[in-house]
Design a protein around this ligand. Sequence first.
Ligand code: B12
Length: 307
Amino acid sequence: MMESWIKRRLLEMGFDDVGIVSLENFPPEEDKRVFLNWLEKGYHADMEYMERGKDARLNPNLLLEGAKSAVVVILSYGSKRVGKLKFGRYSTRKDYHRFFKKALGKFVKECKEKFGGEYRVFSDSLPVLERSLGRLAGIGWIGKNSMLISPKFGSYFLIGGFLTTLNLKPDQPFIYDFCGRCNRCVNSCPTGAILEGRIIDSRKCISYWTIEYKGDNIPIDTKGWIFGCDICQEVCPWNSKAPAESKLLPILKVFEEIDSTDILSMNEEKFKEAFSGTPIMRAKLKGLKRNVLKIAGAGFEPATSGL
Ligand code: B12
């Protein structure tokens, strides 16, 4: 069977979980409504690409004509924190964009030879509603912090996969909500970015300001975070289940040693030497220095301990 072969191979490659979604009625009405409302309210801040990719997010056929199924994988980056500075954990590992692109690109070539069909790989690289796909693939539920949470792996993982014209038998969606009455993430977010309805107002989110924002002045207190923010994941009880380290995305040495003065004294060459092949490149040297200067005035808080 195609489905079992695909799943077995992806797990053998080291992905932590995999599931299949039929694109026939994708996205479900509820998810579509959540997404359109999020855009309409301006919760995407100045991430203009979210507006631009709206049609494709609501219709994967615009990305791959005749797409019938999506195969979704997750890969844990691990709960372990490293170094003196507060970087979002995922950013202290090898860059997942490249990793997913290469590994899945190779894999879909194999599928094409074996089963025929057309494929398009995604992991943050295409306008796809990845968390919606993850829930429908049976991988986990959407938590109050808006993270896709797996009962087996917590939420410290990245999502990727591919669209295909193959008509694959879908998995059962994840229908449980294991957040229950827990509100730790909502109550712990220092900037009140987590709203009712399991969505984030990016205009208040530390992760947005330190990763996506391109301007010079960050108007919120970033609480010592240099790039990204993990507070709403650190307090989530389900992350006690997360593996400490990733099988495929190793922690990079540079993060163990680096401190704020190293960053402030960097030129472009040193920046590339230190961070090429990591997600930090997205902020560019200018953005990274801006983030460091932002917290320099506030003084460094001790990093929240890893789980
Ligand atoms: C834009 C974006 C951001 C923005 C906005 C975040 C947000 N929550 O919307 C900012 C810059 C703030 C951000 C931050 C982070 N991000 Co980001 N981001 C994205 C991106 C590109 C799009 C997300 C999006 O469409 N947002 C719009 C909202 C409305 O959609 P959504 O949250 O996906 O929710 C959908 C479903 O969950 C569902 N849904 C939502 N609520 C409910 C409720 C119910 C009841 C139901 C049934 C369904 C449902 O409907 C929604 C629309 O389809 C995705 C990649 C992608 N292509 O999907 C990565 C992605 C979501 N990010 C990711 C990560 C790792 C992060 C950070 C942890 C990085 C960090 N350490 O700083 C933080 C986490 C902050 C947080 N709590 O979300 C991972 C998340 C993996 C996971 N386990 O969920 C993704 C999937 C990237 C990847 N390829 O792995 N991110």
